[in-house]
Design a protein around this ligand. Structure first.
Ligand code: ADP
Ligand code: MG
Length: 215
């Protein structure tokens, strides 16, 4: 998309998800190493398993599906293939986006922003999490806020997505100074300080991927 108006359909979303899947597969060792610092060293392998399965399945899916149907398929696939808390939470991200998009024939910038907001709210509810708990939400929340703020300020969808990705990366980096209060890393408490959160790292990749493919 190079024009001001955004109108995303299934092929756009597919480009996003496949780009993300490739990034995860490439970075899975880094993600598991981050999880090793205070968790159980499996975030990269959990995500890699699901994303490899996704790369296998997507070509067999109905290519004429509406954007919302595609997002729902992705969410259900992630829930059943990723596993761990991240599987449930990433599943929630896509299922909430799907629910927000509904049966819209295409997704404009306002609807994308609504869908991202619903996804973040889903993580809050499902993970019982707030900002500062050192989770994926610390990357997701600021990026969703940046996307909305940029669109409200009449920036182009492309610029808004770039800002959202930068905000996710800043949020990811800020988790280094936090002590984990949720998930397996919370057992390590102070030991988690000094390391960035693996889930915040993969979510920053998800938003960077959106900026690369949807903007
Ligand atoms: P598990 O914790 O089951 O081993 P993963 O290692 O795949 O799952 O994912 C860990 C990531 O999941 C953490 O880095 C964190 O970002 C995220 N996470 C874990 N629990 C929660 C929660 N309750 N709310 C939000 N995010 C969470
Ligand atoms: Mg883990």
């Amino acid at each position: 998309m190079t024009t001001m108006e955004m109108s995303l359909t299934r092929p756009d979303l597919e480009r996003w998800i496949l780009d993300f899947a490739h990034q995860i597969i490439e970075q899975h060792v880094v993600l598991s190493d981050l999880d090793a610092a205070s968790g159980d060293a499996d975030h990269g392998s959990n995500m890699e398993r699901g994303m490899s399965a996704l790369l296998q399945s997507v070509p067999g899916w109905d290519s004429t599906a509406l954007p919302g149907e595609f997002l729902k398929q992705v969410g259900l696939h992630i829930v059943s293939s990723v596993g761990g808390s991240s599987g449930a939470l990433y599943g929630t991200i896509f299922l909430r986006m799907a629910r927000t998009v509904g049966d819209a024939p295409s997704i404009n910038a306002g609807l994308l922003s609504d869908a991202f907001e619903a996804a973040a709210q889903g993580v809050v509810e499902r993970g019982n999490v707030k900002q500062g708990d050192k989770t994926m939400y610390d990357a997701l929340a600021p990026s969703v806020q940046a996307l909305r703020a940029q669109l409200t300020a009449k920036k182009s969808p492309s610029e808004a997505l770039q800002s959202a990705a930068a905000a996710a990366e800043a949020g990811r980096d800020a988790t280094a100074d936090m002590v984990a209060r949720k998930g397996k890393s919370s057992y390590a408490r102070e030991k988690s300080r000094g390391f960035i959160d693996p889930g915040a790292t993969s979510v920053a990749m998800l938003i960077r991927s959106a900026a690369r493919t949807l903007g």
